[in-house]
Write a protein that binds this ligand. Structure first.
Ligand code: GDP
Length: 443
């Protein structure tokens, strides 16, 4: 799965990672190739554009970590952006509701809706120990109801007894009642599909939705149809309102266009992947794992992650050296802020400097959260280099200029200056302690 896209991308990045140094035009050229590969993989154009723009922007501003090549850094950036495009976090089926929890399956005929219904039911029964009832509302396709009945027997999941001549709406009502009476945890409604979206299908599905009040409405879409699957999801979402997507036939999907565009275009999560005709061919959708498969460069990604951990240590040591000498200006503070934002806040950085527990507590008390960090970084950016080196020159008029330039207030500028003074004092004390910070670090 995703083999063809994966081959293309690894070709591009193999070349890039072997280079010692990278120019901006190397990165641009690689991004042009990535763009072409994604377009050929049938990824939506908007998604391709914003993806490559984000990667380029990050790659240009990126500091290169010692011990990895710039190309490897680019691979890591691409990986992280892929994960984000795919939705960042796994988003499994949600059953947190009053039982019987109704799940409504929607989609076109042939997309794998009935098979997926049975796969989900089997998994909820076997893995999650839920009591599941399945009902086919497909009165159009000959033998559709019998197909689900057969799958129910195969998987040991109950199906709603077939009563010929009932409308989908009547079957939905009966299924909900039967699920309540029978003490089921979950009831899955397999609605009728059509070859194309038509108004009648949508109206019928809307009525079923109103009767069943589904907790999850899952669109089943064939990944092999690429952007059509994405457009389908958008249409169903606008008309019916979906809570998630199941992409089927991922086992045959070399391109990955639907998987890559779905989240960004529809805003709805891919929850599950259909990975085969067999009833255990169902996987949770993990953005991280899928990005790994698409990129096929897991070793490079973990190498850069490890190296990035080291650079934080190196920076902390360099900073400690400065501190020990009593030099700590606003530029240093601003560098620290940037570093902190990267590695998860104040505690992350300060945790690396021994003997600063007390100050950490004060900072926690001052509620130094990310938003504040960004505002304070903006304040420092609005200062001249001279002001950063020597904050004593900051008189009222300069403070007003800085506040206006950074979209903050003079009061916030004063707060920052006060914090800097406190930090510098604290650093000096720690620095002068037993042999100073330098000794603590062995430098
Ligand atoms: P429905 O009309 O949407 O209910 O589609 P079905 O569930 O009847 O599936 C249509 C065909 O697709 C069947 O032959 C299934 O075995 C096949 N199918 C469903 N899901 C998958 C999948 O994830 N991978 C593969 N390879 N085949 C699938």
């Amino acid at each position: 799965m995703f083999d063809s896209l994966s081959d293309r991308l690894s070709g591009i990045f193999d070349k890039l990672t072997r280079r010692g140094a990278l120019t901006d035009s190397d990165v641009s050229e690689a991004m042009r190739e990535v763009r072409r590969a994604l377009i050929e993989a049938d990824v939506a154009l908007d998604v391709v554009k914003s993806f490559t723009d984000r990667v380029k922007e990050k790659a240009v501003g990126q500091e290169v970590v010692r011990s990895v090549t710039p190309g490897q850094m680019v691979v890591k950036i691409v990986h992280d952006e892929l994960v984000k495009t795919l939705g960042a976090e796994a988003d499994p089926i949600d059953l947190q509701s009053v039982p019987p929890v109704p799940i409504m399956m929607v989609g076109l005929q042939g997309s794998g809706k009935t098979t997926t219904t049975a796969k989900i039911a089997k998994r909820l029964t076997e893995r999650d120990k839920r009591k599941v009832l399945m009902a086919s509302l497909d009165t159009r396709r000959p033998a559709a109801q019998e197909q689900l009945e057969v799958l129910g027997k195969q998987t040991g999941v109950d199906t709603l007894p077939i009563i010929k001549g009932q409308t989908p709406q009547q079957i939905a009502t009966r299924a909900i009642q039967a699920a309540k009476l029978g003490g089921y945890d979950v009831v899955i409604l397999d609605t009728a599909g059509r070859l194309h979206i038509d108004d009648e299908l949508m109206r019928e599905t809307e009525q079923v939705r109103d009767i069943a009040q589904p907790h999850e409405t899952l669109l089943v879409a064939d990944s092999l149809t690429g952007q059509d699957a994405v457009n389908l999801a958008r249409t169903f979402d606008q008309r019916i309102g979906i809570t998630g997507i199941v992409l089927t036939r991922i086992d045959g999907d070399g391109r990955g266009g639907a998987a890559l565009s779905m989240r960004a275009v529809t805003g709805k999560p891919i929850k599950l992947l259909g990975t085969g005709e067999k009833l255990d061919g169902l996987e949770d959708f993990h953005p991280e794992r899928v990005a790994g498969r698409i990129l096929g460069m897991g070793d490079v990604v973990s190498l850069v992650e490890r190296a990035a951990e080291n650079i934080d240590q190196e920076k902390a040591q360099a900073m400690a050296k400065k501190l020990a000498k009593g030099q700590f200006d606003l530029q240093d503070l601003s560098d620290q802020f940037r570093q902190m934002q990267k590695i998860g806040g104040m505690s992350g950085v300060l945790g690396m400097l021994p003997g600063i527990g007390k100050m950490k507590k004060q900072l926690d008390a001052a509620n130094l959260d990310d938003k504040l960090l960004k505002r304070q970084t903006a304040i420092i950016s609005s200062m001249t280099p001279q002001e950063r080196r020597n904050p004593k020159v900051l008189q009222a008029s300069r403070k007003r200029r800085i506040a206006a330039g950074s979209g903050t207030t003079v009061q916030e500028v004063n707060q920052l200056l006060k914090m800097h003074r406190q930090m510098a004092d604290m650093m000096k004390v720690v620095g002068k302690g037993k042999g100073g910070l330098a000794k603590l670090f062995g430098i």
